[in-house]
Design a protein around this ligand. Structure first.
Ligand SMILES: [Zn+2]
Ligand SMILES: [Zn+2]
Length: 216
């Protein structure tokens, strides 16, 4: 299970041969330096006629004296150019991910896709569901989740507070936008959260009706 699914919508091309890069599962350890690439997915040019790959054999032979070549590579969500050493023509070809299959069978991806679609009308329809799905799915992608957070106050449904409060956000910036959305929604309704028990109470309350703490 991949933590971030936005790579399924990414299409990248090799700057050398213009062929589409193949989406590959990264090996657990990067063979060259023993460090991982920090990504479960690598986009690699597996075109055997690519100039990088064709010229690589001679370059590495001349420089290091062994039989290897290079493949062009990019990480998801990055334009940085990388060249990875491969020992033979078939390296990484068994790791190619069929994105269409994965998209179709991945329930999480389908759920996120539907939520992104519903996000367009969620404010007009006062539908908190897609907002919650996106905010609670760490794999949904930053842009969609930030957009979802911006609709919390406008949809004005208190049911989202508990699940959002119970979610452990990996992105502190997003958590900040969620907090802002909840606070604004409460303020619009003359409500606030008790600083002691986090139950929703009236803005002007001097004593929490839930935990009985003195708020004055
Ligand atoms: Zn290429
Ligand atoms: Zn309280």
């Amino acid at each position: 299970m991949y933590t971030n699914l936005s790579y399924l919508d990414e299409v990248k091309f090799c700057p050398h041969c213009k062929e589409e890069l193949s989406c590959c599962e990264a090996p657990p350890i990067h063979i060259g330096d023993g460090l991982g690439w920090g990504s479960e997915i690598l986009f690699i040019c597996l075109n055997d006629s690519c100039s990088v790959f064709l010229k690589g054999w001679d370059q590495i032979e001349a420089q290091y004296g062994h039989h290897s070549s290079y493949r062009y590579m990019e990480l998801p969500d990055s334009k940085e150019k990388n060249y990875m050493m491969v020992g033979n023509v078939d390296a990484f070809k068994a790791c190619v991910i069929n994105k269409d299959d994965l998209r179709a069978q991945n329930k999480e991806y389908q759920k996120i896709k539907l939520a992104k679609e519903e996000l367009k009308t969620c404010v007009a329809e006062k539908n908190i569901e897609p907002v919650l799905v996106l905010l609670l799915s760490e794999g949904a992608g930053k842009k969609a989740r930030e957009e979802a957070a911006s609709y919390i106050a406008a949809i004005n449904n208190f049911d989202c507070i508990d699940p959002l409060r119970n979610h452990k956000f990996r992105d502190p910036a997003l958590e900040h936008w969620v907090n802002k959305g909840i606070k604004l929604m409460l303020k619009n309704n003359f409500k606030k959260e008790c600083p002691y028990c986090f139950e929703v109470i009236k803005t002007q309350a001097v004593k929490c009706m839930h935990c009985k703490e003195d708020l004055s």
